[in-house]
Unconditional design. Structure first.
Length: 158
């Protein structure tokens, strides 16, 4: 953290950001940087409805420290799009090991803690689809329950 502080103080960076640090390590980093007089401005975690590890305390740490969050891979590298409707290409990263879901429930409070998301688009139409999603920011209780029932792991897959 001292090196990151030095980079900011020497004018080579405007702020400090970290990526994929777990909650406790993020808390320690924020405390060290605060002691040095350089705030931890942003954390960039991998986060999607299929990879919800940040819900296990990281979001609370970020909130307590006033640190923003810019999630990457919000569409699970295409898994949450129509990219794989016709099967998974042999050379695709999606052929790799599956993601295990955690047991936490997604809630509007959890969604509000993500301040931004990075999207990857290889075609203009994908950008248009992502922007169109901004017109549907509210979900009914029934919709949220349906999403959670789909994402909830089976009892023997903890």
């Amino acid at each position: 953290m001292m090196a990151l502080d030095h980079i900011v103080r020497s004018g080579k960076a405007l702020y400090v950001g970290i990526s994929n640090y777990p909650a406790e390590q993020t808390k320690q980093a924020a405390e060290i940087l605060k002691g040095l007089g350089t705030p931890l401005l942003i954390h960039q975690p991998k986060y999607s409805m299929l990879d919800r590890w940040i819900e296990d305390g990281l979001q609370d740490v970020l909130h307590e420290n006033g640190t923003g969050s810019i999630a990457f891979c919000p569409l699970a590298q295409g898994v949450l799009t129509n990219k794989y409707l016709n099967g998974i290409p042999e050379d695709s990263r999606a052929k790799g090991p599956s993601v295990f879901l955690n047991e936490n429930n997604i809630s509007p409070e959890t969604l509000r803690k993500v301040t931004s998301a990075l999207i990857g688009a290889s075609r203009p139409s994908q950008i248009e689809e992502n922007v169109a999603a901004l017109s549907q920011l509210e979900f009914s209780t029934e919709e949220l329950e349906r999403i959670e029932s789909i994402l909830r792991p089976e009892p023997d897959h903890k």
